[in-house]
Design a protein around this ligand. Structure first.
Ligand SMILES: Cc1ncc(COP(=O)(O)O)c(C=O)c1O
Length: 484
C-alpha cells in the first residue's frame, strides 16, 4: 500500500496549498474568478475536527473569527467540518486508489451500494442503486433516464411549483423558474410541466385580499384534484414520471401531506406513471430519520408513501461529492454502459466517505441526537413566536428547521427584507443562517424569499443548540431595528 511520502515537493510546499491565503492572493482571485461571491469571507479550517464551528477570515480586512454554521455548507456536512472518522477512512482510501474509470468496481462502491439498497424503505428495499460523483442534478437525471427507458411510451414529466432539482440546463427546466436571475434559456423545457404544490400555510385554494390563506380545516385536498387533471390527461405529451421533493427544501420547507402522497400513488399506479422522490436535502437523517416523509408517514400514519425511485446527494457522501438514485426492483430495466457514465462517476472517495458517515451516524446514534436537538431548538423558537409577531410558521422536524418570517402573524405577508438582513446580521454575530430560494415574477420582481433556515451539522451539542437559539433571538432583534 502506498504511504503518504511526497517525492517531488516538500511537505511544507504541499501543506501551504490549503493552510492559508494572503491578502494579495485574495485580491487577485477576486479579479480572476468568474463567479460573484455573496459571502465576503474565506473559510480557513474547522475550529476542531467534526465541529459545526469554522474559522473564517474576512476577505477585505483579513480579520479572523469563529462562526457556527447553520447551513452545514449547502446542507452537506452532517458530521461537521473535517470529521476525524470520515477523514481517516478517506486517507486510507487515498493510499489505495483515488480514481477509477466508470465501468469498473472498487470495494467501497460495492459496499456503499449494498448498504443503500439494504437501508431503503418500502418498495425501494433491496432496490437497484445508481451512483455518481457529481451530486443531485445527475441523480435526478439518472431517474429521468430510467423512467424514459422503462416507461411504455411516456417521455414527459410533471414537476411542482417551488421544486428545485439542480442547476444543469435540464434540471433548471424541471425546477421553479429563475429567469431573469439566470440569463440563459434552460434546455428541454418541453419535457416538463409544472403544477402547484400543496402548501398548507399559504393554501392556493384559500386566496383572499392578495394573500394565500392558511389551509382550511375542512380541506378536501383540492390541490390534489388539480394535479390529478394533469396526471390523467392535461399535458401535451404522455407522462413517464412525476418528480417531487416530498418535503420541498429550497422552495421553503414545505411538506407534502400524507393524503396527497397516497392519492398521488393511487393515480400514478393506475396511469403507469413513475413517482420520483428527490430527497437530496432531506434524507440521511437530517430530519431525524433516514428517509424523511416515507419513514415518518409509515411510523405515524401506517402509510406506505414510498416512490418508485428516490434520489440523494448533499450529506450522502459524508461531505465528499456523491449522488445516488435507487429504483424499485419492480423496474426491471438497467442502464448499458453507454447510457450512463461520466469521467468522475466512479471516484471511490465519495463512497468511502459516505459509508464511514453512515457507520458513524448509526454507531453514535446521531439520528437520535438530531431529533433531540431539533426538538430543543423548535421548543425555543415556539416560545419566541409568542413574543415576536414576525415569526410566522416554524417547520421541522429534526434539524431541518425553517422559519417563515412575516410582517405579522395575522396577515402572514412575507417579510423578505427581514430574512435578508438576518443573514448579514448573523455573520456579524458569529452565526451562518441559510436562506430559501427566491420566488420571482417573470419581470424579475422578487415576490418572496422569507424563510430562514437552521440546519447545522447533526452532531451538534446541547450547548451549541442553546447558542443557536440565543443568537436567533439577538439577530432577529437587531435586524428588526436595522430595518426601522
Ligand atoms: C432538492 C434538491 N435537488 C437537487 C439538487 C441539486 O443538487 P446538485 O447541486 O448537487 O446538483 C439540490 C441542490 O441544492 C436540491 O436541494
Amino acid at each position: 500500500m502506498v504511504e503518504f511520502n511526497p517525492q517531488i515537493l516538500s511537505r511544507e510546499e504541499l501543506r501551504a496549498i490549503s493552510a492559508g491565503v494572503n491578502k494579495e492572493e485574495l485580491l487577485f482571485f477576486d479579479k480572476h474568478c468568474i463567479n460573484v461571491y455573496y459571502e465576503q469571507n474565506v473559510l480557513i479550517e474547522a475550529k476542531e475536527p467534526g465541529s459545526p464551528w469554522v474559522v473564517v477570515r474576512d476577505f477585505k480586512t483579513g480579520e479572523q473569527t469563529e462562526i457556527l454554521d447553520c447551513t452545514s455548507q449547502n446542507w452537506t456536512l452532517a458530521l461537521g467540518f473535517a470529521n476525524p472518522d470520515i477523514n481517516y477512512a478517506v486517507a486510507e482510501q487515498m493510499k489505495r486508489l483515488t480514481h477509477i474509470k466508470s465501468d469498473v468496481v472498487s470495494p467501497s462502491r460495492a459496499k456503499f451500494i449494498n448498504k443503500l439498497s439494504e437501508l431503503s424503505p418500502g418498495r425501494l428495499k433491496g432496490g437497484r442503486v445508481h451512483i455518481n460523483n457529481e451530486g443531485g442534478s445527475l441523480a435526478i437525471e439518472a431517474a429521468i433516464k430510467l423512467a424514459l427507458v422503462a416507461s411504455r411510451d411516456g417521455d414527459h414529466f410533471l414537476t411542482f411549483r417551488g421544486g428545485y432539482h439542480g442547476n444543469t440546463l435540464a434540471m433548471l427546466a424541471a425546477s421553479q423558474p429563475f429567469h431573469p436571475i439566470t440569463r440563459f434559456r434552460t434546455f428541454g423545457v418541453d419535457f416538463f410541466t409544472r403544477v402547484p404544490q400543496p402548501y398548507c400555510y399559504r393554501c392556493l385554494w384559500n386566496y383572499k385580499n392578495g394573500l394565500y390563506g392558511q389551509k382550511d380545516p375542512q380541506c378536501n385536498m383540492e390541490c390534489f384534484d388539480l394535479v390529478k387533471e394533469y396526471l390523467m390527461n392535461l399535458t401535451t405529451r404522455k407522462l413517464a414520471g412525476v418528480i417531487l421533493e416530498p418535503y420541498q427544501a429550497a422552495g421553503g420547507h414545505i411538506p407534502f401531506p400524507p393524503d396527497f402522497l397516497i392519492k398521488l400513488r393511487e393515480t400514478c399506479e393506475e396511469e403507469k406513471i413513475f413517482i420520483i422522490f428527490d430527497e437530496s436535502q432531506t434524507a440521511v437523517w437530517r430530519t431525524g430519520r433516514y428517509f424523511t416523509l416515507t419513514e415518518k408517514y409509515e411510523k405515524e400514519n401506517g402509510l406506505d408513501v414510498s416512490p418508485d425511485m428516490m434520489c440523494f446527494t448533499k450529506a450522502l457522501g459524508g461531505g465528499f461529492p456523491l449522488g445516488a438514485m435507487i429504483a424499485s426492483t419492480k423496474i426491471k430495466k438497467r442502464f448499458t454502459a453507454a447510457e450512463d457514465h461520466t469521467t468522475f462517476c466512479n471516484t471511490p472517495i465519495g463512497c468511502t466517505a459516505g459509508l464511514a458517515s453512515f457507520m458513524v451516524i448509526e454507531k453514535a446514534k446521531i439520528g437520535e441526537n438530531c431529533e433531540e436537538r431539533g426538538k430543543q431548538i423548535t421548543r425555543r423558537l415556539k416560545e419566541l413566536q409568542e413574543k415576536y409577531d414576525m415569526i410566522g410558521d416554524i417547520r421541522g422536524p429534526g434539524l431541518f428547521i425553517g422559519i417563515e418570517l412575516v410582517k405579522d402573524q395575522k396577515s402572514r405577508e412575507p417579510f423578505t427584507e427581514l430574512m435578508e438582513d438576518m443573514l448579514h446580521e448573523g455573520v456579524r454575530q458569529n452565526i451562518f443562517f441559510g436562506p430559501s430560494m427566491p420566488y420571482l415574477s417573470g419581470t424579475g420582481k422578487l415576490l418572496m424569499r422569507n424563510l430562514i433556515k437552521i440546519k447545522p451539522p447533526l452532531n451538534i451539542t446541547e450547548k451549541d443548540a442553546e447558542f443557536i437559539c440565543d443568537k436567533f433571538e439577538s439577530v432577529l432583534k437587531a435586524s428588526i431595528n436595522n430595518l426601522k
